[in-house]
Design a protein around this ligand. Structure first.
Ligand code: IPM
Ligand code: MG
Length: 358
């Protein structure tokens, strides 16, 4: 039986970059006998426009029955005035939580060809290879109660709840330590234990779980310091593990160290390794339709999918090699062109497919 992949293009540049990633998958089908079935469904604003819901039942069911999911991006200014439940982001958050994709792996790797695209000095970022493990289905993103209420004096008050149960911390700790075992065997747990009780428990559980991984060195860092260290000397980090919201923020910083957020993929995994794969960047409505979007983060998301969900490490290596080859050839989309000439989204996708075939 072939492996079923749900394809969710989403909004903004989502459909454009997904097109290129699908070309890569089709090339693997044709030239490398990859046995996959691709089924497309709507999510986010596109789904809302079609059916009135950012996560329609049909999309959710397809994703539940699929072995892996490839997502473009969601969101756009035209949806910002909708009530929260109907916004595109709710589609993405709903999928993460319905499928219990609690472990979000966000690599920040600097391609040597792009050392000049980083805003930091080359000696600070060259050879950079960090993995951020972000907890994705808990914390302040999902905690109850939440809302905006009116106080007795008529003033409005917004409130959210930051909450983590022990089992949620334990499972993300195991994810991080397992990832570290396959890499540099160092985990830095990022928290705010000097202020938050949740972080106190987080730290306690991290220390407890670390005992099961004696080879891994565990350290702790407050989130404000971590954000500073990321731009000061990022190479001190191997794996960073952190809560949902801290991970959201730090992963954007880490991504930018590599020159462009347009280069970085991510994986969101459940306890069985089933996963959703998506670029770290958003839907970039400002460049949608201009052919400027960089499809490499989405193409590299396919590679992560092959590695983490489809057990096809060799094909994953091939994709990564093809991406590296096109960078060697000097192909650049605008975001990584450093002011020089650049190619279109489609030209970049075609170049990767050509390199894969070669
Ligand atoms: C991300 C995004 C999402 C998040 C948004 C689109 C809901 O910023 O995947 O990092 O905050 O998790
Ligand atoms: Mg984010």
């Amino acid at each position: 039986m072939s492996t079923k992949i749900a394809i969710l293009p989403g909004d903004g540049i989502g459909p454009e970059i997904i097109n290129e990633a699908v070309k890569v998958l089709e090339c693997l089908q044709q030239d490398y006998a990859l046995d996959v079935e691709l089924d497309t469904a709507a999510i986010g604003g596109a789904a809302y426009d079609e059916s009135g819901s950012p996560l329609p039942e049909t999309t959710l069911n397809l994703c539940k029955s699929a072995d892996a999911i490839l997502l473009g991006a969601v969101g756009g200014p035209q949806y910002e005035s909708l009530e929260r439940e109907l916004r595109p982001e709710k589609g993405l958050l709903g999928l993460r939580s319905e499928l219990e994709l609690f472990s979000n792996l966000r690599p920040a790797i600097l391609y040597p060809q792009l050392a000049n695209a980083s805003s930091l000095k080359p000696e600070i970022v060259s050879g950079l290879d960090i993995m951020i493990v972000r907890e994705l289905t808990g914390g302040i993103y999902f905690g109850q109660p939440r809302g905006i209420r009116t106080l007795d004096n008529g003033e409005q008050e917004g409130y959210n709840t930051l909450v983590y149960a022990e089992h949620e911390i334990e499972r993300i700790a195991h994810s991080a330590f397992n990832v570290a075992m396959k890499r540099g065997k160092k985990v830095c747990s990022v928290d705010k234990a000097n202020v938050l009780e949740v972080s106190e428990l987080w730290r306690e559980v991290m220390i407890r779980v670390s005992k099961e991984y004696p080879e891994v060195e565990l350290s702790h860092m407050y989130v404000d310091n971590a954000s500073m260290q990321l731009v000061k000397w990022p190479k001190q980090f191997d794996v960073m593990v952190t809560k949902n919201m801290f991970g959201d923020i730090l992963s954007d910083t880490a991504a930018m160290l590599t020159g462009s957020i347009g280069m970085l993929p991510s994986a969101s995994l459940d306890k069985n390794g089933k996963g959703m794969y998506e670029p770290i960047h958003g839907s970039a409505p400002d460049i949608a339709g201009t052919k400027k979007a960089n499809p490499l983060a989405t193409i590299l998301s396919v590679s992560m999918m092959l590695r983490y969900s489809l057990n096809q490490a060799e094909l994953a290596d091939r994709i990564e090699k093809a991406v590296s080859d096109v960078l060697d050839q000097g192909m650049r989309t605008e975001d990584i062109a450093d002011g020089g000439s650049y190619v279109s989204t489609q030209e970049m996708g075609d170049a990767v497919v050509k390199a894969l075939k070669a």
